[in-house]
Design a protein around this ligand. Sequence first.
Ligand code: HAM
Length: 421
Amino acid sequence: MASEPSLSAPKGTRDLLPPESWAWQKVIRLGMDMFADAGYAPMDTPLFEHTEVFERGVGEATEVVGKQMYTFIDRGDRSLTLRPEGTAPVMRSVLEHSLHRGALPVKLAYAGPMFRQERPQKGRYRQFWQIGIEAIGSESPLADAEVIELAMRFYEAIGLEVKLLLNSIGHPGEDCRLGYGKVLAAYLTEHEAELAGVDRARIASNPLRTFDSKEEPTVAVMAGAPLITDHICDGCKAHHAQVTSALDGLGVEFEAAPKLVRGLDYYMRTAFEFVAGGLGSQNAAGGGGRYDGLAELLGGPRIPGIGFALGLDRIMLSLSEQDQSQQTGEMAAYVVALDEKHAGPALEMATRLRRAGLATDLDLMTRGLKGQMKAAARSGARYTVILGAEEAGPGSFLVKDMTSGEQEVVDGPDLEGRLTR
Ligand code: HAM
């Protein structure tokens, strides 16, 4: 027998409701506008992709691909996956549409939901939002600096204090990260008995990931581990030095984080994370890095790229810990009908004001005058326009300034002008 449908959203997902949704939308708009002002055009990719986009792009050995993907077979027997992140899809899209054959770099920005089947906790969800940018086609360390500065300016604009952690993880060459991987694996083998059980398997598969372990015994071993920064090649070292000097030139402060390795396989050279307060263990409010090998992993030519994605859920959570003030949409006017006869004209007036570009609301619950005035106050509107008031003659209206409480009669044709003052 079919049971009652559950009314709760699936585990790890949630509804985004007012008033939070207002603040949320404002933050996205601010970000997309700020990124556009630096040349990043808005774009969207599908919420699902062929599974291999992530298997090849993000890497099968990663936690994201190995353990967290929502993968399903559709009715056409295709393996599809809800996107766990946005960078591989953006690169897939660049390759599909040959955007890399046009003017470079291709600068793109996006905001939307991502999906990972992680264990839900504060700041960690199964559907979460990211806002991000990707600069594709430039190998210049100046692109790294531009991208990082934009993220920092975005956080500053929304009033969230973050710390920038910066590292270089080299490139996958024997004289660089691969060589380092062997040095690290040797160190880990030496200390194998001291490592937490779950981390022992990583020595062979992905030794760098042991830096992300939260297991006490492993953390203790990693404190003495050789660092990647001492083992990267001269080319990667020079790139990193140019990134840090460009950031210095822009006045962007950072903390060197030689143990920051990031969880996605496509990264090389620059890797960074933004850490915020009030989030407990899920304190990464965003992250990114350079992915010069990603296009090749997806079957395309070599196309360098760098970008970031910022976690909106964590940003909003951290902001709300900082600032409890309620956010609402901004209303310019609320139209009130003195009696039932003026209800129709009230809708016409609200429509007239909306057409003039003024955010306007009105009562649709057939409330009495008192109820409407209460609703007007609740709406946060700057002015209330009252229809049918005796003191206003035909063709004019009573306007109440909701901040000062003052009322005045305004001639019909002057109304829009008065409300924008
Ligand atoms: P990521 O570090 O996996 O990087 O994710 C970026 C941000 O998304 C994280 O710092 C965090 O704020 C947020 N996030 C990740 N997982 C969750 C979750 N389960 N719940 C809530 N928030 C979460 C990427 O995804 C890369 N694509 C970033 C990038 C862009 N690299 C280059 N370009």
